[in-house]
Design a protein around this ligand. Structure first.
Ligand SMILES: [Zn+2]
Length: 382
């Protein structure tokens, strides 16, 4: 989420300590929270005076996969602090109107655990929210690692920190509600799904959006649009781990979704490696964002690398949007302590030679289907 300066009057009120009860305390929580615009401070707002935004930017990042080493590094005397790990991401998150993460590992209670049955502390959600994320998708092959209780605890935690969530559900009503994230007055539909639950079964078929059947995904996208989504994106957890190309089935899925016209943008994660970006029949497909934060038991250069993207949607007509610009930033996770480090420019986060090699390798993969010629640009911060 873009950080915005407080209006002067509000800032003064807050400084003087004479504001009413904090909004956090009174805001009503809804199952999949959407932001509302009810707190306008303008003297006499009328709907007709509200300018209609012509653009909306969406940042998408890869897997938040908390392996045990990340917990050990984040441990403090009172709990956990993941801010140092996430700090490099923060300026990018704050440069987009909406930022979505993919929360791969369910929130648990101590003792926490790693692969194959992940259980991680709630503090990660608090820290993702505090750097500016607006929500997370939760349909992954680890969603039911710690059962239905883990699904519910994860969604309770996301709700507590006012983050939008879709991909898994606490109730059937929640599962049937349109997956709409409201930002800047625009409704964004997010269609999430995971290829698998690692051989486990959810207690009921609506608990997790599972399966990568193009027809079903297109039907869901059309339903979201009918329910008011102006922009619809696919956030799919799929692919072959540690590869540098999408599987044939994955590429076919991406292209079929693009050809359907039901999606304005398609992105995927899961492989713990970066995959190419492709513009297919006018629609961008990001096949693999790689890891956002992780520390695999067997670290390889591929599972330490990832990309983050920002898609800027531009209004082209009534309720019609296209990605006007797609930008990307490649990153690598440093070894110890683990930190999220961008690799476009050398800085203290990584040895310069590592950053340079990472940039070369990731650029080659991302551009395998001609993305640079099709307009993919580096993400430059102001
Ligand atoms: Zn996965």
């Amino acid at each position: 989420m873009k950080s915005r300066a407080l209006p002067a009057v509000l800032a003064l009120l807050l400084l003087a300590g004479c504001s009413a009860a904090p909004q956090e305390a009174t805001a009503e929580l809804t199952p999949n929270p959407v932001q509302t615009q009810q707190d306008s401070l303008s003297p006499s707002p009328t709907p007709s005076e509200t300018p209609t935004p012509k653009e909306l930017s969406l940042m998408a990042t890869g897997d938040v996969l908390l392996h045990p080493q990340l917990l050990a590094e984040a441990k403090t005397s009172t709990g956990y602090d993941f801010q140092p790990l996430l700090n490099g991401l923060k300026p990018y998150v704050q440069d987009a109107d909406v930022a979505l993460c993919n929360l791969e590992t369910p929130i648990g209670v101590p003792p926490y655990s790693g692969y194959p049955t992940f259980s991680v502390p709630a503090q990660i959600v608090a820290d993702l929210a505090s750097i500016g994320y607006d929500g997370c998708t939760t349909a992954t092959n680890h969603t039911v690692d710690i059962g239905t209780a883990g699904v519910k605890r994860t969604l309770d935690t996301l709700e507590k920190y006012k983050l939008f969530a879709t991909g898994s559900y606490r109730t059937q009503t929640e599962a049937q509600a349109p997956p709409l994230l409201q930002a800047e007055g625009i409704k964004l539909g997010v269609i999430a799904s995971t290829y698998s639950l690692n051989g486990m079964r959810a207690d009921t078929d609506w608990r997790v959006d599972t399966g990568v059947d193009a027809k079903k995904l297109i039907t869901r996208a059309k339903a979201a649009r009918k329910s008011g989504a102006e922009i619809v994106v696919a956030a799919i957890h799929d692919g072959t781990e540690y590869s540098t190309r999408p599987s044939d089935a994955q590429r076919k899925l991406g292209q079929t979704l693009a050809e359907s016209g039901a999606f304005d943008f398609i992105y995927m994660h899961h492989t713990h490696s970066v995959l190419p970006i492709e513009k297919h029949e006018g629609t961008w497909i990001v096949y693999g964002l790689g890891n956002s934060v992780a520390k695999h038991a067997t670290p390889t250069i591929l599972n330490r690398e990832g990309i983050s993207i920002k898609a800027t949607f531009t209004r082209t007509g009534k309720d019609q949007w296209k990605v006007g610009e797609l930008v990307w930033v490649p990153h690598q996770l440093s070894s110890s302590p683990v930190r999220w480090c961008q690799v476009f420019t050398a800085d203290a986060c990584l040895p310069a030679a590592d950053a340079k090699a990472s940039l070369v390798r990731t650029s080659k993969t991302v551009n395998a289907y001609g993305a640079f010629d099709d307009g993919l640009k580096p993400w430059e911060l102001d």
